[in-house]
Design a protein around this ligand. Sequence first.
Ligand SMILES: CC(C)(COP(=O)(O)OP(=O)(O)OC[C@H]1O[C@@H](n2cnc3c(N)ncnc32)[C@H](O)[C@@H]1OP(=O)(O)O)[C@@H](O)C(=O)NCCC(=O)NCCS
Length: 138
Amino acid sequence: MDGLVIKHNELTAEEFIYLWESVWGNGPTLEQTRLAMEHTLFRVSVFDGEKIVAMARMIGDMGLDYYIKDVIVHPDYQKKGIGRLLINELLKFVNDNGISGTRIFVELCAMPDKIPFYKKFGFDRNEAERLKMMYTVK
Ligand SMILES: CC(C)(COP(=O)(O)OP(=O)(O)OC[C@H]1O[C@@H](n2cnc3c(N)ncnc32)[C@H](O)[C@@H]1OP(=O)(O)O)[C@@H](O)C(=O)NCCC(=O)NCCS
């Protein structure tokens, strides 16, 4: 798409919640999201003029492991190549910051209907299963 602007590490908590709610409804709190943005390794956002239309972020340790989180293209902008652009930006970050010649583990969690999208970049299932809990902070 022409005219889109890609921004690095500028994604705000408010923008995050807006995009989250555009696809999943009822987002996290502002306070919790601000803390998360502050500690995210790399944030990508895409703008059409003044309007944010997509985001993705990477958490990780730079050397060994990365985890892709919150890849979201606003429903009005899907199927135009922006999702591909987001993943390419994240992988470029890995490539630009990793130690040349080393292998780095990049993982993510995807709903079954999104797996074909991620396979286009080389991601695939492995035998490990995702375990999770929603821990309540006391
Ligand atoms: C998944 C998502 C990020 C894809 O973004 P998008 O901008 O629509 O994708 P693109 O237009 O860049 O598509 C890139 C390629 O993947 C394909 N693709 C996209 N979504 C797909 C899907 N669900 N199944 C199969 N292929 C898909 C496209 O056809 C395109 O293929 P091509 O390059 O060979 O023509 C977007 O649908 C989205 O934000 N969904 C809601 C949030 C979400 O579920 N995020 C993923 C969390 S796991």
